[in-house]
Design a protein around this ligand. Structure first.
Ligand SMILES: Cc1ncc(COP(=O)(O)O)c(C=O)c1O
Length: 304
């Protein structure tokens, strides 16, 4: 599978100028963020492995990307989920459909007892019974994700040098924080005064800080977390998310995804309104747009 370098565009949103790194265009089947985090696995010889094992949501970008990776490597994919909504089973769409088309084996385990998490179930009950598998932690949160994220950082550094930009803020929304943290770490290693700005889309600021600490306990590697004005629950539908998604599409002509990007842009707009300095800002479009195929009908059903 060939991954190409991605280009940078200039966009204007709500009268502010941004550079946009089009990592969403890295590969049609491998969404930007996962292409970076799974790059290490893509480079590995997996010929002695029978299957990849992952877990998460049946609508996750990572399910689709792992299915593509498994197909490319000619291995199976077992992907564990708690529950597949009956609407999705009857009307497969988006990442779920794409993963099925690529041959993914999606295994529903149901509600687990005694507050057991899906992760613990997979690690304690599935992996010990598999002799030849490659386990992939949820959302690509593992140290080797740095290999692909470093390439993203290097592309940004090369682009900035070509534009004679010495100082840059790089903004992107976080889930596990893996992409943002490894980007910041690489900029520090390259001695570049680039600041990574992010926001916590999953679990709040304290959860994100804890995730950062698991990957690196060096303070300078930690991105700046931009505050959110209210508590948003990951995966829930909010009219203001849909509104900013529409405005982005109308004003920039670019389609973003609906889980992470709305909060990413809302927090970034607040930041530029309050602290706008001269430092240019680059937003990294991390892909995931295929997930809109299930998110948009959900918005239509809920808000009409
Ligand atoms: C489109 C998109 N944006 C942002 C993220 C969050 O990335 P991370 O978990 O590396 O913080 C993800 C999840 O992988 C994603 O799919």
């Amino acid at each position: 599978m060939k991954l190409t370098k991605t280009h940078v565009e200039k966009i204007t949103f709500d009268n502010f100028d941004f550079y946009l790194k089009r990592d969403d265009l890295i590969h049609p089947d491998f969404s930007g963020n996962k292409a970076r985090k799974f790059y290490y696995l893509l480079q590995q010889d997996l010929s002695n492995v029978d299957k990849l094992i992952g877990f998460g949501s049946p609508q996750a970008n990572s399910l689709h990307s792992l299915a593509v990776l498994a197909k490319d490597k000619k291995v199976k994919l077992d992907f564990y989920v708690n529950h597949i909504p009956s609407f999705l089973q009857q009307n497969p769409a988006g990442n779920y459909l794409a993963a099925l088309n690529h041959g993914a084996n999606i295994i529903e385990v149901g509600q687990l007892k005694d507050g057991q998490t899906l992760e613990r179930y997979v690690v304690q009950q599935v992996l010990p019974n598999e002799s030849n598998c490659q386990y992939v932690p949820e959302g690509g949160r593992y140290q080797d994700a740095a290999v692909g994220v470093n390439l993203l950082a290097d592309e940004i550094a090369d682009w900035a040098a070509s534009q004679k930009i010495e100082q840059l803020n790089v903004a992107l929304p976080s889930g596990t924080g893996t992409t943002a943290l490894f980007l910041q770490k690489r900029f520090v290693q390259l001695s570049l005064p680039f600041e990574v700005l992010t926001c916590a889309c999953v679990g709040g600021d304290d959860y994100l800080k804890a995730q950062f600490n698991e990957l690196s306990n060096v303070d300078s590697h930690h991105p700046t977390i931009l505050p959110t004005t209210k508590k948003y629950h990951f995966g829930k539908l909010y009219p203001e998310f849909y509104q900013i998604w529409q405005q982005l599409k109308r004003q920039t002509g670019v389609e973003f995804e609906l889980l992470y990007d709305p909060l990413g842009w809302m927090t970034l707009l607040e930041y530029v309104k309050q602290a706008a300095g001269d430092t240019p800002i680059m937003y990294v479009h991390q892909g995931g747009v295929l997930g809109n195929a299930t998110m948009l009908p959900r918005y239509a059903r809920k808000f009409g």
